[in-house]
Design a protein around this ligand. Structure first.
Ligand code: CTP
Length: 443
């Protein structure tokens, strides 16, 4: 299931530092948080603090030249937009919320990233005021808070106590527990309404893959050294499982060949569990002939120990035994070479790179005879292992004018995708493959 998405707005109050704790707590609960800061908030806490806790650039300005922080530049480079953030969020929280942001929200003012995103946002929203008690009690602030309530905001009332300015009264940011409770309730109601809107009667059924067989590999492989140790990688299988689930939802008969992961078997999908690359190869070999689309999303170990010790390797003597590695079969390359010659079978690979993304991916697409290659850069925020989101470039062999020349003079079409939930990305990839197959067969 996709994780809960929290959009946190932080405004210029001494309580801004407390919002760091909120991001940290939500991370522990498995929520994903994005943070937008006003210019005043950045005077109290640096965007870097929030970026480090949220693992994504902080939204600091609409235009990077108005705040040339690394976060603003990163945000622009990644094409982050206030509209995308407004659509992405399940719950919007502003904590702490100053008198200024409350006045702007009450009047529909959109003069920076946060206020523009607020106007574009349609889900449950929570305001947590924090300010000097006189400012809070001012009738104009009270009128603005009442207006926000009318516009559907939940107000988590500030606490009473001694304020940073030495005054005593109402205006302290509410207890973090109260804010977290309000967010949890809003997240639950957002999840319930999401399920409600995704009933079969409301949504047109997407059966683009009806009658087709889709084969997917997912997860890591484990290459045993001895009965207690193995070589593996950080793959969680989330992307492959999202593909299998989405293909099944699009009407396909799906076989999922999965390495060891902590995910539940998707309903309605034939799941084959394997441990090693050789076992994964054998399972793919056995199911490939009837597959119309094969997607290799697994992070297959390229090498395995030549010998697997029957007994636990002991450290007695203090000499580390040498480990000789031998190469595993390349499952994707094998599939690419054994496609049906009539073009009715498509093979899609994944490439996870840490440098020269496009050049490496292009060469993989060609070497492994893929019809599509989905490339992601491990250095991109929100992409790669363990995340619920991914940010990829989809490469296809193409003759269109935007294509770039590959190694052998052939052309490649490279299409960068925005940061997406893995399930949404699965739908994009499968839709593309379904249409590509139809076009091939129509030619
Ligand atoms: N793959 C595979 N079998 C292997 C290795 C990789 O099927 N033994 C598939 C993966 O599932 C993925 C694609 O090949 O779809 C690319 O995997 P990657 O590890 O990025 O590429 P490698 O071929 O291992 O190349 P390199 O190590 O040079 O990056």
């Amino acid at each position: 299931m996709a994780s809960t998405h929290i959009m946190l707005g932080v405004t210029g109050s001494i309580a801004a530092f407390k919002a760091c704790q909120l991001v940290s707590d939500w991370g522990k609960r498995g929520y994903e948080t994005r943070v937008a800061m006003t210019a005043a908030a950045q005077r109290f806490v640096t965007p870097l603090s929030f970026a480090s806790l949220a693992h994504t650039p902080v939204r600091t300005a609409m235009f990077p030249d108005t705040a040339d922080s690394q976060d603003a530049l990163d945000a622009q480079r990644l094409g982050i937009s206030h509209i995308d953030d407004a659509k992405w969020a399940d719950v919007l929280v502003i904590a702490p919320a100053t008198a200024d942001i409350i006045a702007k929200i009450a009047h529909g003012i959109a003069d920076d990233y946060l206020t523009s995103m607020v106007l574009a946002y349609e889900g449950p929203k929570i305001l947590c005021p924090a300010m000097n008690t006189r400012m809070y009690n001012n009738p104009v602030t009270q009128r603005n808070i009442a207006a926000c309530r009318e516009f559907g905001w939940t107000i988590v009332e500030p606490a009473t106590g001694r304020l940073a300015c030495q005054d005593t009264g109402k205006g302290k940011l509410a207890d973090l527990e109260d804010i977290e409770d309000a967010v949890e309730q809003a997240a639950e109601s957002a999840a319930a309404s999401r399920c409600g809107t995704k009933t079969e009667t409301d949504q047109p059924a997407n059966d683009e893959l009806a009658g087709l067989h889709v084969l997917v590999t997912a997860g890591p492989t484990q290459e045993p050294l001895d009965p207690v140790r193995y070589l593996t990688n950080h793959s969680t299988g989330k992307m492959g499982y999202a593909l299998a689930q989405e293909a099944q939802a699009m009407g396909a008969e799906v076989t999922l060949v999965s390495g060891p992961v902590a995910l539940d078997e998707p309903d309605g999908v034939h799941t084959v569990h394997v441990q090693t690359a050789q076992e994964m190869f054998d399972a793919v070999h056995g199911h490939f002939a009837q597959a119309d689309i094969a997607i290799m999303a697994a992070a297959v170990g390229d090498f395995r120990p030549e010998h697997r010790s029957e007994q636990k390797i002991k450290k007695a003597g203090g000499v580390m035994p040498p480990i000789t590695l031998v190469q595993n079969p390349d499952i994707l390359a094998w599939a690419g070479e054994h496609k049906r010659p009539d073009g009715s079978q498509l093979v899609c690979g994944f490439a996870m790179e840490t440098q020269d993304l496009l050049a490496n991916a292009q060469s993989k697409l060609e070497r492994k005879h893929c019809d599509m290659l989905v490339a992601n850069d491990l250095n991109e925020p929100g992409a790669g292992f363990a995340h619920d989101t991914n940010r990829v470039v989809i490469l296809t062999p193409d003759t269109d004018k935007n294509a770039t020349a590959g190694e052998d003079g052939s052309t490649i079409h490279a299409e960068p995708q925005p940061l997406m939930d893995k399930r949404d990305l699965a739908a994009v990839i499968l839709g593309r493959l379904a249409r590509m197959r139809q076009e091939r067969l129509a030619d």
